[in-house]
Design a protein around this ligand. Structure first.
Ligand SMILES: Nc1ncnc2c1ncn2[C@@H]1O[C@H](COP(=O)(O)OP(=O)(O)O)[C@@H](O)[C@H]1O
Ligand SMILES: [Mg+2]
Length: 282
């Protein structure tokens, strides 16, 4: 089963998905995330593998936080716990004070793989979540129009995923996540499979969406430049067991144009993060 189907079906199963679509949800400036004492052990045969230990992280409403760290340090596991797709062994996650007990419409997910339904058009993909929630066709149209516009996909509404480039598919995935009115966007290396130029375009498009929608974003990448360009704060994780090593505020101008990439603060952060992560991979 594809990840998209898994997520959508779990959402439908979950009582939280019954919460009526609320236009204000995405624009209300809510969406604080509280990660408290999260630990995760996986049973692997006779032994248990400690994937996460003592993760504490507070993310404010409308904040953009990025997690970086070496492969296998538990980034995806942590995000899946916040999404409610994975159960923590210890600790709790809350969104605006509500305990996370499973997937919910308050949290939208975007993965690296293209998780669109291939048999649905771009518009139908975007309207899929609202349709599941029983939102009327007229309101669904208004929702898809809004997110087609925001992600600049208006002229591709009737195309099928296979007729789109990788960047466009990921824009549809973002539009589809936003169409559920989430307070929080959880993004796991969403641009990891894109070519360098498309990746830069997507980063700017995402910041644009983030400003317009006022969602909180928790973003995972192993691309240091991507982390600095996008975030207000960078959290560095290390492995063995997965834990938070350090946090860096990103004190770059709020307006992130390509010139920001030459900013002394950008270069300084890149040096520090590169050194820290290189050390950890040795
Ligand atoms: N379902 C699972 N069962 C056993 N081990 C797992 C499972 N999921 C993840 N792991 C292990 O937990 C560690 C962290 O995985 P993951 O969160 O995917 O890391 P990252 O996203 O940082 O690369 C890895 O060593 C991985 O093999
Ligand atoms: Mg991962």
């Amino acid at each position: 089963m594809s990840k998209a189907i898994e997520v959508v079906e779990k959402m439908a199963d979950n009582a939280q998905a019954a919460i009526k679509y609320d236009k204000g949800a995405a624009s209300g400036g809510l969406g604080s995330i509280s990660i408290q004492g999260i630990g995760k052990s996986f049973a692997t045969g006779k032994t248990t593998f400690r994937a996460l230990e003592n993760i504490d992280l507070e993310i404010g409403a409308n904040e953009f936080v990025t997690i970086v760290g070496p492969s296998g340090c538990g980034k995806s596991t942590l995000l899946r716990i916040v999404a409610g797709l994975e159960e923590a062994s210890e600790g709790d996650v809350g969104v605006d004070g509500d305990l996370v007990v499973g997937p919910g419409a308050d949290r939208g997910m975007v993965f690296q793989g293209y998780t669109l339904f291939p048999w649905l058009t771009v518009r139908q993909n975007i309207e899929y979540g609202p349709k599941l929630k029983g939102i009327s066709i007229l309101e669904r149209r208004a929702i898809s129009n809004r997110y087609l516009r925001i992600t600049r996909l208006e002229s591709f509404a009737n195309r099928f995923p296979k007729q789109l480039s990788g960047g466009m598919k990921q824009r549809v995935a973002i539009a589809r996540a936003l169409a559920n009115g989430p307070k929080v966007l959880l993004m796991d290396e969403p641009f990891g499979a894109l070519d360098a130029q498309t990746k830069l375009e997507m980063q700017e498009a995402l910041l644009d969406v983030w400003e317009k929608e006022k969602t909180t974003v928790l973003f995972i990448t192993h691309d240091i430049d991507e982390a600095i360009f996008l975030s207000q704060r960078i959290v560095v994780m290390g492995a063995g067991p997965g834990r938070i090593l350090k946090e860096y505020p990103v004190t770059l101008p709020a307006e992130r144009t390509s010139e920001v990439r030459e900013h002394p603060e950008f270069l300084k952060l890149r040096r520090e993060l590169t050194a820290l992560l290189k050390h950890k991979e040795e």
